[in-house]
Write a protein that binds this ligand. Structure first.
Ligand code: ZN
Length: 314
């Protein structure tokens, strides 16, 4: 009988970070400028460890390398493919873009590219987010960046709690201050900053990557062509919503009202508990925990009032 793999997250400080990861989830954070909780990660820049059970203290990358059977037959890549984060943006993140797999493989030492998606956990009343730009074509983009016409260039949209956004490689974007987000992404740490508000970090500006940004930003901007989130079950016991399915991952939200038995697809599933407490097959789970349901675990019986985000690679 396999067991759930509860994760010990890794925390990252940032000039734009805050203290809500402690205030909202009770995590022990390194400072009140903590920007990211790498909740389920085997990336070398933040390799999470298993919190309890048979594999307590082992890193997720070690498990991937030595116990591939936990991840299922389709888990064939060199690296654990996904990374689940909670981001506390007290201030604005840089205006940035990520490469796709092909560009990252060629220019970033064989790294994965980065497709990512955001579930808005909480935000200020008038919060916005940057997704896409207003340049007509690539030449226009180069001109606007060169002339620093940021206000005109970026496409800023209002957000509210519960919104969901898919960010494809090549889509310029920025999380703005006052926003708490759960991000599901490819396991990659490659970010090209095109503009950082002329801020200083430790007395100097953070590096920009204007050339790479111009290489990878798609112009003109085209909104993601995927489907809008789709309610799959809403029966008084659970509301199950498919947030996105794309070539790299599927992400679903489960709002369990009292009890629900979920049969996940074959392979492993990442689970983050956003709200509430309850149990999974009799094992206590509560807000702020993140775990992996291993391949072959079987049906998952949830009891209690709990909200979860679940993801798996495609
Ligand atoms: Zn990003």
């Amino acid at each position: 009988m396999s067991e759930l793999l509860f994760m010990e997250p890794v925390f990252k400080e940032a000039i734009w970070g805050g203290s809500r990861l402690h205030e909202v989830y009770g995590y022990e954070i390194p400072s009140d400028h903590t920007g990211e909780c790498w909740a389920i990660s085997a990336h070398k820049s933040g390799d999470g460890t298993i919190a309890s059970g048979t594999y307590k203290g082992k890193t997720l990358s070690w498990l991937w390398d030595n116990h591939r059977e936990l991840f299922g037959e389709r888990a064939t890549g060199d690296v654990f493919p996904l990374l689940v984060k909670i981001i506390d943006a007290k201030a604005d993140l840089s205006i940035q873009v990520h490469p796709d797999d092909a560009y990252a493989a060629a220019h970033e030492n064989g790294s994965l590219g980065k497709m990512e998606c955001w579930y808005i956990l909480d935000c200020d009343e008038d919060a916005t987010i940057v997704i896409g730009h207003n340049a007509k074509d690539h030449d226009d983009l180069v001109r606007m960046i060169g002339e620093k016409r940021w206000g005109e260039l970026i496409r800023q949209i209002p957000i509210k709690k519960g919104d969901f956004f898919q960010i494809n490689p090549g889509c310029v974007h920025a999380i703005k201050g006052g926003t708490l987000i759960l991000e599901t992404q490819q396991s990659s740490d490659i970010t090209y900053r095109v503009y950082d508000y002329d801020r200083l970090s430790d007395g100097k500006p953070r590096p920009l990557h204007v050339k790479q940004s111009i290489d990878v930003i798609e112009a003109p901007f085209r909104p993601d062509a995927g489907e809008a989130p789709q309610v799959l079950v809403d029966d008084g016991h659970v509301k199950k919503t498919r947030l996105v399915t794309c070539p790299r991952y599927t992400v679903e939200k489960l709002d369990v009202i009292d009890a629900w038995e979920e049969t996940f697809p074959d392979g492993f599933v990442n689970v983050s508990v956003l709200e509430g407490e309850g149990s999974l097959n009799g094992i206590a789970i509560r807000k702020g925990q993140h775990f992996i349901v291993p391949a072959g675990y079987g049906p998952c019986r949830f009891d209690g009032k709990i909200s979860l985000i679940c993801s798996w690679p495609e």
